[in-house]
Structure formats: C-alpha cells, structure tokens
Design a binder for this molecule. Structure first.
Ligand code: ATP
Ligand code: MG
Length: 648
C-alpha cells in the first residue's frame, strides 16, 4: 500500500527546507533551513576576520563603488544642461531658475569652450563629456567587480580550507551522529551562500544605499517640491509590493518544502534502486512519487505565479507615480519653479528611486540567510577536535607514547556506550601479548567492532582502562597509536586512485616491491594481475568495478604493508571464499607471528587457531578460551560452532 501525501512529506522532507530567501535555491534534503543567524553580531565579526587580510582591496572596492554611483548620478544629470541650453537658445527671453548642480555643470562646460561659444559646440561638448562619464563608470564598475570577486574567492578558499582541515580532525563521533548530506551541505550550500553574500549582496547593499542617498540629494537640489511628492508616494507602492512579496514568500516556502520531499524521494530511490527492483516496488514508487510531484506542481504554480506577477505589478505602480510626478512637474515648469532640463532629469531619478529600495530589501534576505550559513560553517569549525593531553614536560622521547610499542594490550573493566542511555560494552577484561591472536565472536550487534573502535581511540572510554605496553592509550598521542595499529575496518573503503596507491595508503614510504609483497600476502596479487592495467588500474567510486571480496583483499593488503605491531581484522574475509581465506591465513601467519592480532569473524573456521577466543554477547564476554576449551565447555561457542543455535 502506498503511503499518503502527509506521511511521505514528513518522511522525505527531513530538511524542513525553509525558505532560503526569495531568491535562494533549494537543493532537496541536503539543503538545510537557512533562516536567520542565532547570533548575528558574532557571525559578522567572524566574517570580518576573514575579510581583514583584504582590507586594502576592500577599501579600493568601496571607492570604486562610490565612484560608479557618483558617475552614474552625474551621467543622468548631464541631460539637464543640454536641454536647458537648448531652451535658452530657443527662448532667450525666458529667465530660467537653474539648480545648483546644473549651474556647476554649465560653468564647467563653459570653462572649457568659453561662455560665448555657439550652442552646437556646447551640446557636442556636453555629449562628449557624457560619453566620457559613461566610460569612467564602466571603468569603475569593472574595477569594482574584479576586486570584489578576487576578495570573495580568496575568502571562500580560506573558509573551505579551514573547514576541510577542521573536518579532517573531527572525531569519528561527529560523522557517526550526522547524516552525510548534512555535512556535505556545509561545503556546498552554505559556502556558496557566503560567496554570493560577499561578491553580490554586500556590494549591492552598499551601492544601493549610496545610490539611494545620492539620488535623493540630486532630486532635492533639482526640486524639493517634486521630491516631497515622490517620497509621499513611495510608501504606498512599497506597501503594495510588500503584500505581494509576502504572499509569494509564503508560497515559496511551501514550494521549498514540497521540493525537498520530491528530491529526498528521488535521492532515496536512486541510491536504493537495486533494493527497489529486488522487491518489485517499482509501481508503488512511481505512485508515491506521483503524489509528491502533484503536490509540488500545485505549490509551484502559486509560488511562480505570485513571484512572476510581483515584478510587473511593482514596475507598473511605480509608473503611476512617474505619471503623477510628470503631471505636477509640468505645472511647476509653467510656474517657472523647474526647468525643462530639471524636470527631465528629475523624472529619470524618480523612476530609479525605488530600484535601490527593492534591491536592498532583496539582498538583506540573501544576506541573512548567508549569515545563517556562515554560522553553521563556523559551528563545524568550533566543534572540539580530537585532542591529545600534553603531559607535563612534553611527550616522552621513549616508551609507548613515543611509538616504541611491542603490542601488549590490556583492557580492564571497560564499559562504554555511544550514547549515555545505552551501555554497549560491559566490564570487558582481556589481555593480549605480542604474537598472540585474539578472536572475537558473537552475534551481530554484540559489540565486537566497538571494542576495536576503543582500541584505536575512535571513541574514548570513560570507564575502565586500556593500556598498550603498560601505558594508558589516552596518554599515547592518537597519531602514534594509530600508526601502531593496522586495521582492516568492517566497512571497506577505497580511494580514487590506482591499486598501487590504494595499497600504499597503509604506509606511504613503501616501495613498489613492498606493495606487491603485501598484495601477495593478502592473496590479492593474482586478481590484480588480471585487471586491465595491473597495479596501475584506476579505482573509482570506492572500487565499484571490483567485487566485494576483491575490495576486502585490497584492504587487507593495505594493512599488511604496515609495520604496526598490532593488527585488527574486522570481518576482513567475510566476503572471500573459504579457499582464498585459507590462503590469506597462510600469508598473514608470518606477519602475525610477532604482532598482536585481533580477529573478528563470523566464520568460526577463521578463528579456530586463535590463542584465545572471546565470545561476546550483548556487550559482555560470556565465554573465553581456546577453540578446544570452548567446545568442551558446550556453551554458546559450542552452539555457534555446531550450528545448534540456529536450530532453536
Ligand atoms: N556509531 C554508533 N552510535 C551509536 N550506537 C552504535 C554505533 N555503532 C554501533 N552502535 C551500537 O552498538 C552496538 C554494538 O555494535 P558493534 O558494531 O560493536 O557490533 P558488532 O558486534 O561489531 O556487530 P556486527 O557483527 O554486526 O559487526 C549495537 O547495538 C549498535 O546499535
Ligand atoms: Mg562489527
């Protein structure tokens, strides 16, 4: 039975895709709610610290911005002296009341050509000056955007670097407790938004404000009466526009939520398509998708409609104010309160007057959502990294903390839970001498992997003690500890790169011969030689072109190349056939001879020859001993081994 709309939306729209401002784009489940920052002042201060190294360039940008705006304002004004000089020529008998800025411009032009010059010279000179002003504006605009882009790209680069560097040092817990999509969106959406904020919103807001003030000043000097009328009209139209904007924002929000659900559904279907096919769920999926898609269509209709209608309505209402201005302006002109030139430039200014207001309000939304993104980025940067306590007097030059580890591992009364409410491991006691092979067996979820997570300090314990060569692992720097523990993790992972590089990941200074030797030890050599380019074969997308077992063999080779005195194999051979597994066992035997090895395996044949086998159940070691001891005990191990357990 297909689920209904509400249920589906709740499930798939995990992002609660909030409106990302009117002009932000949603990106499905990965796109997090943007909203507003919790602590604007702090986030702004932090952003400023990123901008600080580019102070010089920023000041230059602002200068260019001011110049662009001022030249644009003057360019518009040049029309006035041209028209008025013409009317003076046509109606020399009329006395004109010319504004201060216009007088200034006329004086400058006359200064160039002399006051007695013919009107044609005046007009061509003014036109040339106008062209020159436009060229200047182009130059300043070019400089401004060049500078700003260079600042924003540099800042974004350092934010990305800082974030990535931080990410690399975050504890495993950070990644375990968050969906991958959410972490990814810090890098994509949030960083993108910061980029837009610096390169776009910030400049738009500053230049919008300057334009607004400049236009107002120019308008007042031209005619304060007309300015008053325009200013009175503006709130009326702005209010109308805001009503429509509010409506379209509302629909935009619900459209974003619907879009999030649709994208979430698609994402899950793409990643889970094999399972969908295996269980023949195609028809249901199509049906459920149809429900979500239909809902999106409805919401998108209103969002697009109101969004689309907003521009024309706002534009045309401002035309009404333009008509009123021109009408009243005409009357004023007859009364001699304004010149023809003055009225024509005033009309231009009044039309562009509302533009910066809209621009600023739009960009403010974008700015706040970008600040919220920046805040989330900084939150990640502020997460406590993995740390090592520095002992008084610095790290010792000898002993386990300095890496002189022979591999004597002791766990005493270790209890641990990933979350405080649930204890996963209870009172674990064990020891392992160098050269010993300790095996863990037990049901799924018993806590086997958890023990190895504690050994290499993916998670730190709060109760009990784990020592290596007598030193608490908490006191051994993580990098030293991990260099001394070679691990084949239960989840195999291969990086984009050649087979050779992937094996060498275990020890970067290994020679090609050592890599091949490790591959032979792991029984991987023969299959590698059958690959198209042997050791130089490129692996992509986590080794998607290899079988599960082959991937495991490469992971074993990667551990085998390491010279670490402690070796952990977590289900390392679970996907490998029994014959290959025996080969690996042989190969590893020499390697394991002088190392402490922990083996986790469901297949009991692998653990038979271990020095000690620990049977784990619900976080406790319920039996321990050699294979023969445990069989004789006729307990849980016996049941597992003989398959009795499966029968009851
Ligand atoms: N990152 C985690 N956060 C919270 N709980 C976890 C986490 N990893 C494992 N657990 C819980 O800890 C318990 C033990 O898990 P663990 O992975 O150690 O089992 P396991 O014995 O290795 O099982 P398997 O044989 O399936 O690999 C499980 O109940 C599991 O739900
Ligand atoms: Mg496990």
């Amino acid at each position: 039975m297909a689920r209904d709309l509400q249920q589906l939306q709740k499930q798939y729209n995990t992002s609660a895709a909030d409106a990302r401002g009117m002009f932000g784009g949603g990106r499905g489940p990965a796109a997090r709610a943007s909203g507003t920052p919790k602590n604007t002042a702090r986030t702004v201060a932090r952003m400023l610290s990123y901008l600080k190294p580019y102070r010089g360039r920023l000041i230059l940008t602002v200068v260019c911005m001011l110049m662009t705006t001022v030249t644009a304002l003057f360019a518009s004004y040049m029309l006035a002296p041209i028209i008025d000089r013409l009317s003076m020529y046509l109606h020399p008998e009329k006395e004109l009341d010319i504004s201060a800025i216009e007088t200034f411009l006329i004086d400058r032009i006359n200064g160039l050509i002399g006051p007695e010059a013919p009107v044609a010279t005046f007009i061509t000179t003014a036109a040339l000056i106008l062209a020159g002003i436009y060229l200047l504006e182009i130059f300043f605009a070019y400089m401004q955007s060049r500078l700003m882009v260079s600042v924003s790209q540099n800042v974004i680069e350092s934010i990305r670097n800082d974030l990535f560097e931080k990410m690399a040092r975050l504890p495993v817990r950070f990644f375990d407790s968050r969906p991958t999509g959410e972490i990814m969106s810090r890098f994509s959406n949030d960083v993108d938004n910061i980029n837009v904020m610096i390169s776009n919103s910030l400049t738009s807001i500053i230049s919008g404000t300057v334009t607004l003030i400049g236009t107002l000043v120019f308008m007042i000097t031209t005619s304060w009466i007309l300015t008053l009328i325009t200013v009175v009209f503006i709130p009326i139209f702005t209010w109308g526009g805001m009503m429509i904007a509010g409506l379209s924002r509302k629909y935009y929000k619900s459209q974003q939520a619907a879009l999030g659900a649709v994208n979430g559904y698609i994402e899950e279907m793409v990643t889970g398509q094999k399972v969908v096919k295996v269980f023949n769920h195609e028809d249901e999926c199509v049906e459920e998708f149809g429900v979500l898609n239909d809902d999106l269509r409805g919401k998108q209709f209103y969002a697009s409609f109101w969004g689309g209608v907003m521009g024309p309505i706002m534009g045309n209402t401002s035309q009404i104010s333009f008509a009123v201005t021109v009408g009243i302006g005409g009357v004023l002109m007859i009364a001699g309160a304004i010149t023809a030139g003055g009225l024509s430039v005033f009309a231009r200014y009044s039309r562009q007057f509302s533009m910066p207001i809209n621009q600023i309000s739009q960009q403010m939304t974008a700015l706040f959502s970008a600040l919220a993104g920046a805040e989330r980025v900084f939150e990640v940067m502020d997460t406590a990294p993995e740390t090592d306590p520095v002992p008084e007097g610095g790290q010792p030059a000898h002993g386990p903390a300095a890496g002189e580890i022979s591999g004597y591992v002791i766990m005493k009364d270790v209890s641990f839970g990933y979350v405080p409410e649930k204890t996963v491991l209870k009172h674990i006691d064990l020891y392992a001498k160098p050269g010993q092979k300790i095996a863990f067996v037990g049901s799924t979820g018993a806590g086997k992997t958890t023990i190895t997570n504690l050994l290499n300090r993916f998670y730190d314990i709060e109760e009990g003690s784990i020592t290596v060569d007598g030193t608490e692992i908490r006191e051994i720097p993580r990098d030293v500890l991990r260099r001394n523990i070679a691990m084949v993790l239960q989840d195999t992972h291969l990086f984009t790169g050649t087979v050779m590089e992937n094996i060498r990941y275990g020890r970067l200074d290994a020679t090609d011969e050592e890599v091949i030797q490790a591959a032979k030890t792991a029984s991987a050599h023969s299959f590698i030689m059958r690959l198209s380019d042997g050791y130089q074969t490129m692996l992509e997308g986590d080794g998607g072109n290899l079988s599960q077992g082959q991937r495991q063999l490469l992971n074993i080779a990667r551990a085998a190349i390491s010279k670490a005195p402690i070796l952990v194999l977590d289900e390392a051979t679970s996907s490998v056939d029994t014959r290959t597994e025996r080969h690996i066992d042989h190969g590893l035997a020499r390697l394991m001879a002088d190392r402490t090895t922990f083996v986790i395996a469901h297949r009991l044949s692998t653990v038979r020859n271990a020095n000690a086998i620990m049977v784990l159940e619900q976080g406790q070691i319920i039996e321990r001993g050699t294979h023969d001891d445990l069989l004789a005990m006729k307990g849980r191990y016996y049941e597992l081994y003989t398959g009795l357990r499966e029968l009851d």
